[in-house]
Design a protein around this ligand. Sequence first.
Ligand code: AR6
Length: 179
Amino acid sequence: MQVSIHGRTLELTQGDITDQKVDAIVNAANSHLAGGGGVDGAIHRRGGPTIMAETMRRYPEGCPTGSAVITSAGSLSARYVIHAVAPVWKGGQKGESGLLDSAFRRSFELASAHNCGQIALPALGCGVYGYPIDQASRIALGTAKRILEADPTIELVRFVLFGEGAYGAFAAALEELAA
Ligand code: AR6
């Protein structure tokens, strides 16, 4: 499913983020940049050890929740990996929505600053961190729409969803947004 925004593309696909042939892929990292399961595990497995070596060298203090940092992409076919840190879901009253929005926004800003026209992202926060996907999908797509309207560097934003449930939630949110 895709929509055009100012001649640029916002797209949803079901699949594995590590298969994406785009300029930058976004990792669902933790604030220690310590690696883990889910997207993070898959990216470091497929990308090889140079990615972790670079995060440790360049970002020894980690990355705050709601922000992101960028590295090269090791043996992945992307040029860059953007490591974004979503909030842990604590019921919705602890600033989670603002932090999720800024994790996405910062990822887009880094992609643009590194001249990445195409960016692929997972459903940040919606796995181990427990963010409800119907709410997260609206935030993710709203942030993506704003960047596509405002920043001509970004030509393609692709959300890569793992499984039908995640895809369905994003598809419903995209229909709402496009209506
Ligand atoms: N490609 C695309 N989506 C995926 C993939 C994949 N290969 N694998 C999982 N997903 P998560 P979080 C989906 O847990 O919630 C890690 O341990 C998954 O189904 O990767 O932000 C980190 O080190 C879900 O919808 O990220 C952190 O400690 C979404 O991607 C913590 O988990 C995000 O799930 C971050 O948790």
